[in-house]
Structure formats: structure tokens, C-alpha cells
Design a protein around this ligand. Structure first.
Ligand code: HEM
Length: 468
């Protein structure tokens, strides 16, 4: 009773905060629940109240929980208060219909390159194990081309040297050890550490080069670049700007890294999960295929106008992300007492006390059976009537995902092309049922770089219209 009077929440007290470096890096066990900690705040309506009012209540994103991004510099995801407003003011204008049309165009071009470079051209059927690398590569190329105007291609640029994509992958996989290990460790004669250090240095070098080149390009031909108005041009322009529209060099680099990672691992995880489920749920795949045939004229490329009519395909992507939310937990510190209305188990008002830290458990929210009945089942139709801006996997309120439409546009275009050309299927182990397969393969989820997604999936592809 004494503890309750000071708002102590009863339950287990582990030695490390599950969100501390030690909590995350030490093996998960009975004394260190790590990221398996049963987080609370799992109710969509309560979370929407909390985040929807963020502009007024001035919730704070705890810096130490976005330190993997802050290693590169201040950025839109980590920033708070006036700094957040400044970054958002500079970057929000790049998310326009022109950008989304470019996403459609580049997705089509990249899809065609993928078919040729993966040697799928001219084949009627294929088995692809470890399919996950394909959407990862795909989404990286799209953010690099559409957000940064970098001419990245499907194949690695120069064999033998570390490419930008490789360096980015190592960096997002190794953010936690990098935060913990002191600098002298990298001088030890241990190859793994040397490779890790090289990847971080290579990525930094690439990003500084990109900034220098774009500054030069803008100086040479300002009109073309400013008209293009892509994310990177606005970032680099802000480097030379002042006050409300200015960014420091470290903020330009911080945002470059943040958008490169936030703009590709998340969408790639969503695409993997969508294809993984559609291969199991053949009736949902057939519905998606019919919708694509009915919406996009045969033999023509998708357009921004017709992909936005693919209601079922979009619902499949949202549903896969509901089961595996790519942004797995959102965190906020509460600076003032905040009353929230709760509907269950009884209607009442609860007060989040000033000084508390909120952990918004995106897996818990999206598996809450009150909001999503039969939560473990893949049921795309539950998203049919949900307006696009209300899809909770992208967060809520003023800090909801700035890249939602970018990601939806890319995913819809990719899925339209892919599902129109290929029927996808799973390969069962001997004597295995679809249910057991689903548990075995789709049941394995975890960290994918800095995002969250399904484990390795393998797919069988059969060409829809056989080559003659
Ligand atoms: C399936 C794809 C994606 C998912 C599930 C996703 C999820 C989220 C979520 C849940 C948030 C809110 C974080 C919070 O409230 O703490 C967020 C914010 C953000 N996302 Fe995404 N995202 C996706 C794609 C993208 C893309 C493609 C980009 C960039 C092109 C992007 C850039 C960002 C940025 C910069 C923020 C911070 C916005 C701010 O604080 O003002 N995301 N995302």
C-alpha cells in the first residue's frame, strides 16, 4: 500500500532497465527480461489520445533510446521541442505528389533491373531461399534514388570494395556494440572488430562525400536541384541556410543516416512479411492478383493513379505490418501530469504522472484482441475501412511517420508488379501442414538492423503467364 501511494507499479524489478545497453545486450533470462519485457500501454485508443495531443503535452523522446541514430548527429526522429519543429519544417515539404510519382517510376525501373540481375528473366519457375535480402536491397535503392538522388544500382558497384549498401547494413546491425565498446578496442588484432570499424568509417566517408558533391551540384546548377526539391537537396540547402531553415553539418549527416535506415529497413520488413503471408494464404493472394488485373491495364506499368485504388493489396501490407510492426516500440517521457480516458475493464480516467517514462508496445497494441479480434491470424479485410492516415503501425499525432505515403507508394507499386508476374507459394517440409509451416517460419521474428521483422523466408515463384 505504501508503494502504491507513490505510484509504484507492482511487478518484477530486473537489475538493468530492459532498454539500457546492458539490458539489451546481455542474454535474456529470468533475471534479465531484456526486450522480452512485457511492456504495457497496449490500447490503441489510449495511445492515440496520448500521441494525438503530443503538441500540447510536450512529450519528450528520451535521447538515450535513440542513441543509435544520435551517434551520427541530431535528426528528425530523435529531436525534441524547437529542434524537432526546425527539422520537420525543413523536411516535410519534400513529401509531395512529385516525390510519390518519382517513387512509382523508380520502383518500376528497379523491379525491371532486379528481374534481369537476379536472372529471373526467361524462367517459368524459381525457388528462392533467403528471400529477405531482395526487399532489403530493393527498398535501399528506392530511398537512395528518390530521397537522395543517388544512382545506386541492383548489383554492387565495385566488387572488392565495401559498397554504401554493405556499410549501411553492417552499421545498422552493429549499433549496440558500437555504443558500448570503447574506441581502443578497434585497435586490437581482431578481424571482426576491424571490419566493423571499417564499415563505420566507410559509411561516414560516403555520407560526407554525398554532402560535398550535392553542395557542389547545387552551386553549379541551383535551379535544377531546387526544382527537384528532393530530401537530400533540402538537407544540403539547409546546411547553407540560417535560423529556422538552417541545419548544422552534423544535423545534415544525422538526417542522412536516419532517412537511409528509416526509409528502407521498415518498408523491406513490411514487404517480406506481406509476401511470406500471401504465400501461405493463397485465397488472399488470389484476391490481390484479381484486384491488380482489374485495376492496372494488361501490359502497362502501374501509375500513381491506379496503385492508389489497390485497396486489398494495401490492406495485405498493413496487415503484415500489424503482425510484425517494423517500428516495434515507441518511447516518451511525460513532463506534466496527463489524464487519459480508459474504456476497459471499466470506464475511468487514469493520470500519467509527470516524470514517468511511457513505453508504447507496438506488438502488444497490434495484437490486442479487443481492437484486432483473432489477432494472430492474417486478415487483411480488417483494414478496408481504415483511412490511410489512421493506420496505427505508423504511429499517431504530430510525430507519426513522415514516410508513410512514401512507403505505401513503394510497396503498392512493387507488389502490383511482383504479384502480377509471379504466383508465390511456400515449400512445406515433409508431412508438414500449412499451419505448422506458419508457426515454424512466420513465428520467428526479431531485429532486422534497427527495425523489427519476420525471420528468413523462402519462396517458390511460378510465372503467372508461362513463357512460350
Ligand atoms: C513500413 C514502413 C514504416 C513504418 C512501419 C514506420 C513506422 C514509424 C513509426 C511508428 C513512427 C513514429 C515513431 C514515434 O512516434 O516515436 C515513424 C516515424 C518516422 N518515420 Fe517511419 N515508418 C516506415 C517508413 C518510413 C519511411 C519510408 C521513411 C522515410 C522515407 C520514414 C521516416 C520516418 C521519420 C523521419 C520519422 C520521425 C518523424 C518525426 O518524429 O517527426 N519512415 N515511423
Amino acid at each position: 500500500a505504501a508503494l502504491r501511494s507513490v505510484n509504484y507499479i507492482p511487478g518484477m524489478r530486473p537489475p538493468f532497465s530492459p532498454l539500457s545497453l546492458f539490458g539489451a545486450i546481455l542474454p535474456t533470462s529470468w533475471w534479465n527480461p531484456g526486450l522480452n519485457w512485457p511492456w504495457e500501454l497496449r490500447k490503441t485508443d489510449v495511445v492515440k489520445q496520448l500521441l494525438g495531443n503530443e503538441g500540447k503535452t510536450h512529450l519528450v523522446k528520451p535521447e538515450e533510446l535513440t542513441s543509435a541514430l544520435l551517434l551520427w548527429g541530431d535528426n528528425l526522429v530523435s529531436a525534441n521541442g524547437e529542434m524537432w519543429k526546425r527539422h520537420r519544417r525543413i523536411l516535410a515539404p519534400t513529401f509531395t505528389p512529385t516525390t510519390y510519382s518519382l517513387v512509382v517510376k523508380e520502383t518500376i525501373a528497379t523491379y525491371k533491373e532486379m528481374i534481369i540481375n537476379e536472372n529471373w528473366d526467361g524462367k517459368d519457375s524459381l525457388f528462392i531461399s533467403g528471400f529477405n535480402r531482395i526487399p532489403l536491397r530493393f527498398a535501399l535503392i528506392i530511398i537512395a534514388r528518390c530521397g537522395f538522388g543517388l544512382p545506386m544500382s541492383w548489383t554492387e558497384e565495385q566488387p572488392g570494395t565495401m559498397s554504401f549498401g554493405e556499410a549501411l547494413a553492417v552499421v545498422s546491425e552493429t549499433a549496440i556494440p558500437r555504443l558500448i565498446l570503447p574506441n581502443w578496442v578497434y585497435k586490437l588484432p581482431i578481424k571482426k572488430l576491424k571490419d566493423l570499424d571499417r564499415a563505420w568509417a566507410t559509411l561516414a566517408k560516403f555520407m560526407h562525400e554525398f554532402v560535398d558533391t550535392r553542395r557542389q551540384d547545387i552551386a553549379n546548377d541551383r535551379e535544377t536541384f531546387v526544382q527537384r526539391g528532393d530530401l537530400f537537396t533540402r538537407l544540403v540547402e539547409a546546411y547553407d541556410g540560417e535560423g529556422k531553415l538552417g541545419l548544422e553539418e552534423q544535423e545534415v549527416i544525422g538526417n542522412t543516416f536516419t532517412f537511409m535506415f528509416a526509409g528502407h529497413e521498415t518498408t523491406a520488413c513490411g514487404l517480406n512479411a506481406t509476401l511470406g503471408f500471401l504465400a501461405i494464404y493463397q485465397e488472399e493472394q488470389e484476391k490481390a492478383y484479381r484486384e491488380i488485373l482489374d485495376t492496372i491495364p494488361a501490359g502497362e506499368d502501374p501509375t500513381i493513379e491506379n496503385i492508389t485504388k489497390l485497396r486489398h493489396v494495401l490492406a495485405c501490407f498493413n496487415e503484415a505490418l500489424r503482425i510484425y510492426p517494423a517500428g516495434v516500440m515507441l518511447t516518451r517521457d511525460v513532463p506534466v501530469d496527463i489524464p487519459l480516458k480508459v474504456a476497459r475493464p471499466v470506464e475511468k480516467t487514469i493520470v500519467l504522472k509527470a516524470g514517468s517514462r511511457m513505453i508504447i508496445d507496438m506488438v502488444g497494441i497490434h495484437h490486442n484482441p479487443h481492437t484486432f479480434p483473432n489477432p494472430d491470424k492474417f486478415i487483411p479485410s480488417r483494414w478496408y475501412e481504415v483511412p490511410e492516415h489512421d493506420v496505427s503501425i505508423f504511429g499517431a499525432g504530430p510525430r507519426a511517420c513522415i514516410g508513410r505515403k512514401f512507403s505505401h507508394t513503394e510497396a503498392l507499386t512493387f507488389l502490383a508488379l511482383f504479384l502480377r508476374e509471379w504466383k508465390i507459394d511456400i515449400v512445406l517440409a515433409e508431412g508438414e501442414s500449412r499451419e505448422v509451416y506458419e508457426e515454424r517460419v512466420m513465428g520467428k521474428a526479431g531485429r532486422v538492423g534497427l527495425a523489427f521483422g519476420v525471420g528468413e523466408i523462402s519462396l517458390k515463384l511460378t510465372r503467372r503467364v508461362a513463357l512460350s
